[in-house]
Design a protein around this ligand. Structure first.
Ligand code: PMP
Length: 354
């Protein structure tokens, strides 16, 4: 009996998140967090909520947050689902919206949680190879025999599919659920939210972790036809009715209401990204155009693993993936200007011969 359980546990291969060091000695560019703090309005709202009635369970329907998101995107509240980070929503989407009799299609280089969820729910995965330039091959997603999940922009490649590409995938799969994971969309991409009215098979998933600096609060949301949202709610209520706690809900509402702060933060990250991408290209790095808050870089001579280790020794954490096709690359989150200047200076030392 015990052997059975240990074998079952061993068959699950969980997602391994990027390192979260306990001390602050590192410049942390490894998990795509926002380098800027959340809006001051968030802290105020958290203080208010902390002084409120934490003795009571939160609203299981997260009405205040759902309505705030609905208003922001001009959608009915029945088209909005909120969850404990978009990871939770993606897990619910795999469970609720993809059928076990059909495979799930996603790019072969992508967010490593997708294969984890597929295997957890007993779904077959079809991994669609990216082009040589790491682009998502749109036509390979036409008329498929299963569900589809596309991260846009993709991680860790930082590459972006223009809205017309997403539209044509939807047009070619009218009877399949298409999930677009827009964790990084606010850093220069155009959201597929505007396609929701035309495509009842589209679910757009977003997060407050990146562009709204709230990775620590764990809030994400999904937008789509009420039937898809209903599916997510059924799965949610089969696990835990109260996914959004009182503090997270108050903080998230405040973040969504501070549009000026949000826009400014995104502009800062984008400006830093473009400046640093230019400097890295001057140092000889290959830097694909990014629409995310990170860069996916490769040096022609210096192995990525060596750079990863040497940067770490210099107190700079970036992400290295020991996986086929991308083991010569580093994924580098966009930090503050000072952090990125230190990063470029370190790479200059490591790559330019004295
Ligand atoms: N999707 C993608 C593509 C991501 O990179 C991440 C962050 N690691 C997420 C979803 C999940 O973000 P969160 O759970 O913090 O909302």
């Amino acid at each position: 009996m015990s052997r059975y359980w240990s074998e079952l546990a061993a068959s699950l291969v969980p997602y391994v998140p990027g390192e979260q060091p306990k001390d602050k000695k590192y410049i942390k560019l490894n998990t795509n967090e926002n380098p800027y703090p959340p809006s001051p309005a968030v802290l105020e709202a958290l203080r208010g909520a902390a002084g409120g009635d934490l003795r009571l369970y939160p609203d299981p329907s997260s009405t205040a947050l759902t309505e705030t998101i609905a208003e922001y995107y001009r959608l009915p509240p029945a088209s909005v689902f909120v969850g404990n980070g978009s990871d939770e929503i993606l897990a619910f989407a795999f469970a609720a919206l993809f059928r076990t009799s059909e495979p799930v299609y996603y790019p072969d280089i992508t967010y490593s949680f997708y294969p984890v969820y597929a295997s957890l729910y007993g779904l077959e995965s079809v991994k669609v190879p990216l082009t040589d330039d790491f682009d998502v091959p749109i036509e390979s997603f036409y008329n498929v025999d299963g569900g589809i999940i596309i991260p846009n922009p993709n991680a860790p490649t930082s590459k972006y599919v223009a809205l017309e590409g997403i539209r044509s995938i939807l047009e070619h799969n009218p009877d399949r659920v298409v999930v677009v994971d827009e964790a990084y969309i606010d850093f220069g991409g155009e959201s597929a939210v505007k396609l929701i009215h035309d495509f009842p098979n589209l679910l757009v998933v977003q997060t407050l972790s990146k562009s709204r600096s709230l990775a620590g609060l764990r809030v994400g949301f999904a937008l789509g036809h009420p039937d898809l949202i209903d599916g997510l709610n059924r799965v949610k209520n089969s696990f835990n009715s109260y996914t959004i706690d009182r503090l997270a809900s108050a903080g998230a509402v405040a973040a969504l209401k501070d549009e000026i702060y949000f826009q400014q933060c995104c502009r800062n990250v984008i400006a830093t990204r473009e400046r640093i991408a230019g400097q890295l290209r001057e140092l000889g790095f290959d830097v694909p155009e990014s629409k995310a808050n990170f860069l996916f870089i490769a040096h022609p001579d210096k192995p990525a693993e060596e750079l990863f280790r040497k940067l770490r020794d210099k107190g700079i954490l970036v992400r290295y993936f020991n996986k086929p096709r991308i083991d010569n690359r580093l994924r580098v989150s966009i930090g503050t200007d000072e952090e990125m200047d230190a990063f470029v200076a370190a790479l200059r030392e490591l790559t330019v011969a004295a």
